[in-house]
Design a protein around this ligand. Structure first.
Ligand code: FAQ
Length: 333
């Protein structure tokens, strides 16, 4: 089982005591949260708040970077120049999102090297969804529609996260994710409305494989979500895992009708009394298996990230050498 490298127990609780000064600072911090104020990097914050943010933001950054791999697989296989150019831009956007997020996490005092060491050492988590394979071209469209769709549903509330540098990064990321979702939907729409029977069957097969893993992206049910209560109390998470999952199901059920695909859930049904869709049980044992490292592509994904890091060593060395020369020139002048 992969566990996050950073120690999450609040320092105050570990020590079992708090100075009067620290208690006053904590009370002031809680009052600011209650008043809906933004917390900036230089503001005082409890150690547990800082570590929770580093955990979530670094996992999010890792997800964006590992998330380049499943679609990246199709860059050399895209069916037309137009689709290739769109996919190239999308995959580059995801890399950019990873960089904004690593930068946001660095404002909390954890270096990018530390975060990457945790990822490459198998200690840091990234989203379970990226451990599934992309078997056909339609998977690329379905990732845009469902995976980016789930990402937006989860991330729009993060633009109101109490930690301002994360919230600011999320504004730009959500705009781009919105384009990603539309391009995925458009690609599927073209295949479903103008394509051949074989193309329609390919889309349905991809939907069948990605639907349940997409629902798992929102995390475990609220009752089993160990971090939610405190994260919501601090305004890091604004909506619970189950609330976001339900909103996603409601949106997708309608979009599926427009596309003409069937979501692979015989229990999916509009519930008039709730004003929501009912849906079938999620296989949480599969989720925990994938999170624990035993998904279809975990080994391959991690190996690709480690390889990219090793292959890029000369670029980092060259950048550092350039910086040393620049600083020496500046000093000599
Ligand atoms: N996968 O107590 P909770 C994207 C872990 S970006 C793996 O509910 P929390 C863009 C969780 O870390 C997708 N692990 O946790 C894109 C915790 O373990 P820990 C990523 C998961 O943090 C699109 C444990 O389970 N988005 O898709 C997952 O309160 C297309 C208990 O869970 C974000 O990261 C999972 N799915 O809520 C790129 C958004 N779910 O850390 C390319 C920001 C839970 O205690 C192509 N993150 N776990 O050891 C969040 O909103 C939250 O962190 C949640 C989890 C909702 C993911």
């Amino acid at each position: 089982m992969c566990t996050q490298a950073m120690d999450l127990a609040p320092k105050e609780e570990r020590a079992g005591l708090r100075s009067a000064d620290e208690a006053a600072l904590a009370a002031r911090f809680e009052a600011r949260i209650d008043a809906g104020e933004w917390i900036e990097a230089k503001d005082w914050m409890p150690e547990h708040y800082r570590k929770t943010l580093v955990r979530q933001i670094s996992q999010h950054a890792h997800s964006e970077c590992v998330g380049m791999l499943p679609e990246g697989h199709w860059l050399t296989r895209a069916p037309t120049l137009k689709r290739k150019a769109i996919l190239l831009a999308k995959v580059q956007d995801e890399g950019g999102h990873g960089l904004y997020l690593y930068a946001a996490a660095e404002t909390l005092g954890t270096s990018r090297d530390q975060m990457l060491a945790a990822l490459h050492g198998g200690k840091a988590k990234y989203s379970s969804i990226f451990n599934y394979p992309t078997l056909a071209w339609a998977d690329v469209g379905v990732i845009g529609w469902l995976v980016d769709g789930a990402a937006i549903m989860n991330q729009v509330p993060l633009t109101r996260c109490s930690y301002a540098p994360y919230a600011r990064a999320m504004v730009r990321i959500c705009r781009e994710e919105s384009f990603h979702q539309r391009q995925g939907f458009d690609s599927l729409h073209v295949m479903m409305k103008e394509g051949t029977d074989a193309q329609r069957a390919m889309v349905q097969d991809a939907v069948d494989r990605w639907w349940w893993p997409s629902l798992m992206m929102f995390g475990p049910p609220d009752a089993d979500s160990q971090n939610s209560a405190q994260s919501m109390r601090w305004g890091i998470k604004r909506l619970s895992n189950d609330t976001l999952r339900q909103k996603f199901v409601d949106a997708c059920a309608e979009q599926a009708k427009v596309l003409g695909v069937t979501l692979p859930d015989p229990l999916l049904k509009w519930n008039e009394a709730r004003g929501r869709h009912d849906f079938g049980p999620i296989d949480w044992s599969e989720f925990w298996r994938v999170v624990g490292g035993d998904g279809p592509c975990n080994t391959e994904r991690l190996a690709a990230r480690v390889q990219a890091w090793e292959d890029g060593a000369w670029v980092r060395e060259a950048a550092l050498a350039h910086e040393r020369k620049r600083a020496a020139r500046e000093q000599a002048a």
